[in-house]
Design a protein. Sequence first.
Length: 477
Amino acid sequence: MKFAYAPAPERVRPQLRERYGLFIDGRWTAPKSERYMETINPADETRIAEVAYGDAQDVDRAVRAARKGFERWSKLSPADRAKLIYRIARAITERSRELAVLESLDGGKPIRESRDFDIPTSAAHFFYYAGWADKLEWALRAQRAPEPIGVCGQIVPWNFPLLMAAWKVAPALACGNTVVLKPAETTPLTALALAQIVEEADLPAGVVNVVTGDGATGAALVDHDGVDKIAFTGSTEVGKIIQRRIAGKGKRLTLELGGKAANVVFADAALDQAVEGIVQGIYFNQGHVCCAGSRLLVEESVHDDVVERLTNRIRTLRLGDPLDKNTDIGAINSRVQLEKIRELVRAGIEQGATLVQAECELPARGFFFPASFFTNVHPSHRVAREEIFGPVLAVMTFRTPDEAIDKANNTPYGLSAGVWTAQGSKNMWVAQHLRAGVVWCNTFNKFDPSSPFGGYKESGFGREGGVHGLREYLKHA
Ligand code: NAP
Ligand code: MG
């Protein structure tokens, strides 16, 4: 469907370098491999910049720098550490518009989301954890003085590049650790901007190191004996590999992995609000969200009504240029991800589910997929079981609250869930019975630095955010 509206492209252009080195020991350096990779704009497939390919030697340099940095950083007074982390937070706020454009250019997400969510929430995490730096003993009511773990290897995915880095770097620094950050191959630019911010904020050399590269770079970081803790956000598949590789080595580990969240809608819910929550739950960031509400469980008596409202609503979503402020659905992050989404959608059709898709013209270049959902989904269908990580929802029904719980929990994942009902007691009862790290009641995808986030089952272990997130970066907490 076409809409007559004035495009409103964002005009701010971030200052980009043609080529980025690695940020190690407070300096920009060329990779030992002498190799560089391209990062492209997934909305038009053009090259944005060249980024260093860090190999095992570069990871080694970064880990050594982080060890040296640890000697200084962990001995700094907590109040001084706080001041420096506040500086990072303020710099992110000051550069928020530029960072938002960078995030949308590099990863394809709508500028409205990077501007209103990713960047301010990233700054909020640095502000929040800066505030804890000199209050750790109080926060944890510890018997002994809180001690940092040491050098932390932090590996992040491409769906919320700066925010996932903030979730990891901010609490690590607040507790007195130093870090080697490995951003995802397709979205390195905001992590490199964070390195520039760290440089300008005058943090001691080696406290934050950024090594760009690919999966092999991440694996070298995981394998390095000088790393005391690995914090990983990414797929369950890679999380399992990492867990096996470091088994018995005495390294600390937190894993934030995949999800297949149930969004449970009861017949007594405010249906218009619920439909907004369903839309927000699955189409936010093109569905590239680990906690996306990708399985809709709707009470049978309102199934047809909800499906009709949802069909009408997805027709109004605007797909297109991520830098256009009116865009709701931006670009799929990469060609590889687009192929994965297409494959699962084909499987949905072959297995007998019914595809409902917003009719819209897809841009001629770039990676795009329209807002979609499946009805007539059986719990055994691949679209009901596997993480699609795209704008594709699987709709199923239930008759009783017990059946809703059984179906919602019938997954190896357990990251998040949503419940929609007008009855407070039902909300609480369902929330208590869902095996998920976060349960949103009459809302979805709400985040705050003060609340913990993390999984059950194959969605991983450990928590990020809140006081819980601090414990993961201290020795004895
Ligand atoms: P991924 O393939 O697991 O990659 C995640 C990160 O790990 C990337 O930086 C990747 O590098 C790196 N990596 C790949 N292979 C590695 C290895 N053998 N050892 C160490 N590091 C390795 O995941 P993705 O496809 O980028 O991200 C999507 C997944 O992340 C989804 O499953 C999603 O649910 C999950 N996710 C979870 C959360 C959460 O908080 N639970 C949040 C966001 C995303 P390259 O990209 O450079 O190859
Ligand atoms: Mg890119």
